[in-house]
Design a protein around this ligand. Sequence first.
Ligand code: RNT
Ligand code: ZN
Length: 415
Amino acid sequence: MSCAYELAKKRYEALGIDTEKVINDLRDVNVAMHCWQGDDVKGFDNDGELSGGIQTTGNYPGRARTPDELMADIDKVLELDGGTHKLNLHACYAIFEDGEFCDRDAIEPKHFSKWVSFAKERGMGIDFNPTFFSHPKADGLTLASPDEEIRAFWVRHGQACLRISEYFANQTGMPCVMNIWIPDGFKDIPADRIGPRERFARSLDEILSIGYDKEKVYVTLESKVFGIGFESCTVGSAEFAMGYVLSRGIVPLMDNGHYHPTELVSDKISSMLLFSKKIALHVTRAVRWDSDHVIRLDDETREIAKEIVASGRINDIAIALDYFDASINRIAAWTIGLRNFRKAMLIAMLTPHADLKRLQDEGRMTELMLLQEEIKSYPWGDVWDEYCRRCGVPTGDELYGEIERYEREVLAARA
Ligand code: RNT
Ligand code: ZN
């Protein structure tokens, strides 16, 4: 134990906080690590462009091009971020063997068996996402399509993914969060808004109608305010998603890039927790739009973490990260975002929430502000370094060396 940590431990003790317990609790925070930061959301089942109104920018060398490369990169990131992780996969990451190919509506558990072995060997659970984009049939609307053939195709895709999600849960022994997000929307003012939304609701009902084990698979629905090329209307808006999840008893998923820039997900968490047994999050960083920048240790990330911890409902909240930066070393992007989210959780766990709440309830707002601000300069960084040492991952000053070596030894060979 470093003497910096010893001093920090004493400072926090005076606030009534046990840093030893916090270190253990932080290690148990299960963060779903999105596989798509490693390859710019390309996946393995198509050679086309990324579609759906989302975008990666940059062409930093070293993108993972094969399942083996992506798995190696995930392993590297796991060496750099201490704590518990789940693997978050998209359906387009199906692995086909020996020239086999099947379309999205026909994928089966066997196309993910390599991912299952990978996750099991590392003691990770798996979360899953049907992929309703980057596909010839996702040119226009998908689950909201007026073309029955196209709509039925995507319903079958959702159903196939539900079966695969159950397979993941059975294989890993851990529940699988299956998140539905569709890009459906309109660039310009639509004539009919209710029709597409009615079809989307019907499609979701049809997907869920095949039946699944609700103890093993948590189906979530992710809302969105707009996407590139879908500026005027998004079928799966916040109101649509809230109405649907609450009426059908599935789980809401809030991505903090999916709201108007002055709206904050940190303020929405508590409301959703009151009416939903579970909620799910995509933590990201939106710069001027849903840009999916790497998570920084900024105010909103810290506030989201604070709300998770202060709610006392952390076990009811499925935490996933969702960002993709192709302009810098992807391993670094992945790792920095993961570590920043975990740092935010650490800071939240090192906060005397009960004392702060008492000040609020007693109307002592001056003292509340003062204490909230004072806590910001408490020595959480020394606790973080100790946490990294105990997890066997690099501290901040060792991190770049590790990343640089991997770039030289592994990524550089990917010409
Ligand atoms: C898109 C959504 C969605 C995707 C992933 C790849 O706006 O945020 O979560 O980022 O499914
Ligand atoms: Zn998202």
